[in-house]
Design a protein around this ligand. Sequence first.
Ligand code: MN
Length: 227
Amino acid sequence: MGFAVPAYDTPSLPVAGSEDRFPVRRIYCVGRNYIAHAREMGADEREPPFFFLKPNDAIVQNGASIPYPVATEDYHYEGELVAAIGKGGENISVDDANDHIFGYGVGLDMTRRDLQETAKQMRRPWDMGKGFDQSAPCSEIYPASKIGHPKDGALWLKVNGEIRQSSDINLMIWNIPESIAYLSGLMRLEPGDLIYTGTPDGVGAVKAGETIDVHVDGVCDLTIHIT
Ligand code: MN
């Protein structure tokens, strides 16, 4: 048996310190997970966590150059810590959640903010604002067996060397074990799933020709060029 049309290769990310790669299955993103960002987006800061997805082939490798996307005039960066699931499960408890994490990376939840805002106003899905081509740059994955489970530390983002976001991952409204517990009550998690854990305040637009650097203490740096 063959495939009727060409089958695609499984999108994947390097694993730091290894020849192996991390296969990317689903990309889950947590919405509005830092109070200061929820406020800047005009949201209720007490709401339970909510999630959206990006396609797995939206992954972009660290150091890559990506074209300014079509259909937007308001292309935003969102720097985020990313958790990589190594063991599947459903209804995972907060206490058990770390056992399901293979490792961590640093990601960008790139956003066509104008399309997202239109979708919000018209009560339409966010996919075209959030899940477009090359919308999910991510660094190599650092195994938790090497770096542990980061709970605090600086998260900053620079555009052309200028600081635009500066926060701490300990300011997440829902920490990573809580997000995993909640999400795994909605969908069964599997090895290869990534969870983008939300962005702090300071989101903004980038233009062609600019370079974005994102850093999370204890994890790594991600650099992406917009062409
Ligand atoms: Mn985000």
